[in-house]
Design a protein. Structure first.
Length: 264
């Protein structure tokens, strides 16, 4: 599992202890300090220019950090996600969108559209806003901004590939899967969500992203056994997984890719 860094550090508690402005002031002072009576040399001018550039870079990083922290606060932390491109007919609490009415917004954390159920909002139900994330949008080269589904294809046919959920480069959840096109077999090897960011729909989103890579009308799906925890059972008892749970079916290509002899 990749380390989770600044997203949690600047999480729901709204703390942003990492933001410091001191280095900028220090650099400016150094740069404008008189150098005695000596005329500035080409070298000292160059040094000043580098310092000026560093100051601008640091200021930019601080601005960006502050902007993201404020956005995180406004968004109320990491909002839950829905694997959809359009507002659903009903909110997760079952309110019919046409009657309840919805507000369409934007998440400055995920860089995606959001949908707010007005009935949930007005009744004070939390959460009332969900981010709409298209599970079909998977990238191999992440931009490093917002929520991205980052795909690492397998190195060989039937090998293990990965879809990771990143928020600002931080990997918060991932799914390992094996898909064999010729044999029409797909196996979900692992589905992990960092403990601090559970109950946000990340697991569902990754599952939707995995199933899109091998549609169940054409592929036979199975999965390895899930952890025997209430959380895992709650997840698997609700999601629409189209195959056999706990009894993975591998094809010969998968066994070869895993370094096993075909009949093991
Ligand atoms: Zn609602
Ligand atoms: Zn195969």
């Amino acid at each position: 599992m990749c380390p989770v860094t600044n997203v949690q550090a600047t999480g729901a508690d709204g703390q942003h202890g990492a933001i410091r402005t001191r280095p900028v002031a220090e650099l400016s002072e150094v740069c404008v300090a008189p150098v005695g009576r000596q005329a500035p040399t080409a070298e000292s001018r160059l040094l000043c220019r580098y310092r000026e550039q560093s100051r601008r870079i640091i200021e930019h990083v601080i601005d960006e950090c502050l902007r993201r922290t404020l956005a995180l606060r406004e968004d109320g932390g990491l909002a839950p996600v829905m694997p959809l491109t359009e507002a659903p007919e009903r909110c997760p609490r079952g309110h019919n969108s046409k009657i309840a009415r919805v507000l369409i917004g934007y998440s400055h954390i995920y860089y995606t559209r959001t949908v707010t159920c007005r009935v949930c909002l007005e009744l004070g139900h939390e959460p009332a806003t969900w981010a709409l994330v298209d599970p079909a949008t998977q990238v191999t080269k992440p931009a490093g901004r917002g929520l991205e589904l980052v795909l690492t294809p397998p190195s060989a046919r039937g090998g293990v590939g990965r879809i990771a959920l990143h928020v600002d480069r931080n990997c918060l959840a991932d799914a390992d899967l094996m898909i064999c096109g010729p044999c029409r077999i797909a196996v979900l090897e692992q589905l992990r969500v960092d403990e601090e960011v559970r109950r946000r729909g990340y697991g569902r989103l990754l599952l939707a992203a995995a199933l899109l890579r091998a549609p169940d009308e054409r592929y036979r799906w199975s999965a390895t056994e899930a952890a025997d925890t209430t959380e895992a059972r709650a997840f698997w008892s609700r999601v629409p997984f189209p195959g056999q749970l706990g009894e993975p079916t591998y094809c010969t290509d998968m066994r070869i890719a895993a370094g096993l002899t075909p009949d093991h």
